[in-house]
Design a protein around this ligand. Structure first.
Ligand SMILES: [Zn+2]
Length: 517
């Protein structure tokens, strides 16, 4: 170290205000003091749940650049779900700051360093990798990084995160930052948020002294107002309060337009009041302006509904005196072979003494067992083990596997194929041509959910059934207000739900119970 030179320790926020410039001006947190902890918090996982217009991309770029400058040989990876988003981030957020900041120009870049849209090299050996991945992390293999930033995390497949994070296996830092706009209360960003500290910016009203959690009730004609007394609310004056687990190593912040009400780029009338009037749905307004989740699809059943059906005790592994005295059927829903999220699921079900359908056993085919070759052999094995009479199976993905399983069982009629149709009026009908039963998906699922609501089906105890129950909870109701109709859409895998459904339908054939349902 040269004489007169001294080491100065700066936080990322201090570095940003002292060394980073944009369009000739240094960055400033004046009026945006709530952003300082967001920059400086030292978290293994950081979640930024944001609305639009809160400088989310600028924050990510400044975080990356300040760390890249302050720590030599520090490698950081930015990932968005699309190549266009990553290019825009690189060209509009990272490059202009490098070019406009005198300190960076003088000490951190020179003509000898290779720069391109996807990789930025600094003279201190630090690198920024700006890449993209939605569901396939293959092109990210081989990178060695210290922090990974996931932008638009709500659109990233959660299964790729541990794979991408292998890039940090040799790092001393190993930190992840997730940012995005919330959608529903389920999904990649939502599950990160709910396990975080869930810091909310509470603003104390100077009129009534009550603390305001910022939401749609704080929107006044001219600006933010107190939801209790209607006074003007200065949202710059607030404090971060954890509304989740304060001890969580995942630190989460919700940042909304209401906290930037006075910012020069916010036109309150245009961006909030007018937008609310023209916004096509409440969901979009809540997500994009308030940074809040919004469930427009109501779940047809709740976890409590399902738990009330979990009276069957531990999941069975074999038949006993009681279960062997009633016929058993199998149900199967096929998952795509190479998927990490959707799996083939097998169900063993019978109608018990009270004639209620009861799930005895379920199995998810994972890893090497997900191979159809294995499943073709395993289903007949399970038929023998459980003494099953027939299999209710899905057509579509199942056309190939069903043929294979029929061959092994030696009888066409031992596999009853079901196919969901949206156009069909009747609930279930036989199709002579395709030799399968077609179902009206909405009607058949409505019946199934009613069965759960009314406790007309028995599941194994919750500890054993939990992982399968999630597939039922992934189903939401999607209303079409203009048509006055609704349908079911799944937000995540739904294979276990269909597997149970097919076994329940198949059991009606065996017991001659009530085929017309
Ligand atoms: Zn008030």
């Amino acid at each position: 170290m040269k004489k007169n030179q001294k080491t100065v320790r700066l936080t990322p926020a201090q570095f940003t205000t002292q060394c980073l410039y944009l369009k000739g001006e240094p960055f400033s947190f004046s009026g945006y003091e709530h952003m300082v902890p967001v920059y400086d918090i030292n978290a293994r996982e950081l979640v930024l749940k944001t609305s639009r217009q809160v400088s989310k991309s600028t924050t990510l770029a400044n975080l990356m650049l300040s760390r890249a400058c302050m720590i030599p040989h520090f490698n950081q990876l930015y990932i968005s779900p699309s190549v266009d988003q990553s290019k825009i981030f690189s060209n509009d957020r990272v490059t202009p700051v490098i070019e406009d900041s005198p300190v960076l120009r003088k000490y951190y870049v020179n003509t000898g360093l290779m720069q391109n849209v996807f990789t930025k090299h600094l003279a201190n050996g630090s690198r920024l990798y700006l890449r993209y991945a939605q569901s396939d992390p293959d092109r990210l293999r081989g990178l060695s990084t210290d922090i990974n930033y996931y932008d638009e995390a709500q659109d990233i497949d959660p299964d790729i995160i541990p794979i991408v994070n292998q890039s940090m296996s040799r790092s001393m830092y190993k930190k992840s930052v997730f940012s995005g706009t919330p959608k529903r209360t389920k999904g990649t960003l939502a599950s990160l948020w709910y396990r975080s500290t869930m810091y909310e910016w509470f603003v104390k009203c100077q009129g009534c002294y009550k603390y305001n959690f910022l939401d749609h009730k704080n929107i006044g004609i001219k600006g933010p107002i107190c939801k209790y007394c209607g006074n003007y609310l200065d949202t710059k004056q607030g404090q971060w309060i954890p509304t989740g687990d304060p001890e969580s190593f995942t630190k989460g912040f919700r940042i909304s337009i209401l906290m930037f009400a006075g910012a020069p780029w916010i036109d309150w009338h245009h961006d909030v009041i007018q937008y609310r009037k023209t916004c096509t749905s409440d969901a979009i307004f809540f997500n994009e302006v308030l940074g809040l989740e919004y469930d427009d699809g109501v779940s047809p059943v709740t976890e409590a509904d399902i738990r009330r059906c979990c009276t069957g005790g531990p999941m069975k592994t074999e038949l006993d005196r009681i279960t062997s005295s009633h016929p058993r059927v199998l149900g199967i829903d096929y998952g795509p072979m190479a998927s990490n999220r959707s799996h083939t699921v097998l169900t063993v079900l019978q109608r018990n003494r009270q004639s209620k359908p009861e799930v005895l056993f379920m199995k998810k085919y994972r890893a090497e067992e997900a191979d159809y070759g294995f499943i073709h052999d395993d289903v007949p094995r399970q038929m023998t083990h459980w003494g099953g009479s027939i299999v209710g199976a899905d057509a579509g993905l199942g056309d190939g596997p069903n043929a294979e399983i029929r061959k092994r069982l030696g009888a066409f009629e031992k596999v009853i194929a079901f196919r969901h149709l949206s156009s069909q009026k009747s609930l279930m009908q036989w199709n002579d041509k395709s030799m399968e039963y077609t179902l009206n998906k909405t009607k058949v699922l409505t019946k199934f959910f009613q069965m759960i609501k009314n406790q007309e089906i028995v599941f194994p105890q919750w500890e054993d059934f939990n992982e399968f129950a999630q597939d039922i909870l992934n189903m939401t109701i999607d209303y079409d207000d203009t048509m006055g109709t609704y349908r079911y859409v799944n937000d995540g895998p739904d294979d276990a739900l269909h597997s149970i459904l097919y076994s329940e339908l198949a059991s009606r054939f065996v017991n001659n119970y009530n085929i017309t349902i």
